[in-house]
Design a protein around this ligand. Structure first.
Ligand code: GRF
Length: 212
């Protein structure tokens, strides 16, 4: 059975979607950088192993990254999944987990990296917004794209309404990416290309529900 570690910082709605992702079955541990993360309570309710590596306990990013890697490696995971993990990870950390580190970002990357993506999308006046699962590389919100979901931006959207529409799709595409990985179907080549069943993914990697 494959093993994954999910890193969270807060609410944990993607964590919930991921825990329900199977089959195939997998063993899982959840690590948070915040002791009060809501997602931790949920993981405990589900009898999932949890740990906290509080970034406030470390004076440098390098020390925090090293402690986090140590906590992760105790579980010997095949895959590390960032699910609303709100710390920037250093290059050495990212390289250590290259090809087995996934993130979800609430925009159609490469548009709107960083924070407040829904407000950014509204300010830009885009008509389509969405979310992206990607392999993590040292450049922030930039890694090779695994799967995206697109949603319409409607006339009376606020950032909150748009965020909720996107989140619903996050809960579809992240479990999908996880299932692919667990089934051995998803790989990252040494030159940074995403392969699904040994080929460049096409239809399966775009989810585009119709406008309601
Ligand atoms: C999600 O929108 C995710 O894309 C972003 O942070 C948010 C985390 O939400 N990286 P949750 O903790 O999974 O509910």
């Amino acid at each position: 059975m494959k093993s994954i570690v999910i890193l969270i910082s807060g609410r944990g709605s993607n964590l919930r979607a991921l825990l329900d992702a199977g089959p195939p079955e997998f063993s899982c541990a959840v690590i948070s950088n915040r002791p009060d993360a809501e997602g931790l309570a949920y993981a405990r309710e589900r009898n999932v192993a949890t740990a906290v590596v509080d970034h406030c306990d470390y004076s440098s990013r390098t020390d925090f990254d090293a402690a986090l890697a140590e906590a992760i490696d105790r579980y010997q995971p095949d895959l590390v999944v960032l699910a609303g993990f709100m710390r920037i990870l250093g290059d050495a950390f990212v390289r250590r987990y290259q090809g087995r580190l996934l993130n979800i970002h609430p925009s159609l990357l490469p548009a709107f990296p960083g924070l407040r993506t829904h407000a950014q999308a509204l300010a830009a006046g885009v008509k389509i917004h969405g979310c992206t699962v990607h392999f993590v590389t040292p450049a922030l919100d930039c890694g090779p794209i695994v799967i995206q979901a697109a949603v319409p931006v409607l006339g009376d959207d606020t950032a909150e309404i748009l965020a909720a529409r996107v989140l619903e799709q996050e809960h579809r595409i992240y479990p999908q990416a996880l299932r692919w990985f667990l089934a051995g179907r998803l790989t990252l080549t040494a030159d940074g290309r995403v392969l699904l069943d040994g080929e460049t993914p096409s239809d399966a990697s775009l989810v585009a529900p119709l406008a309601q």
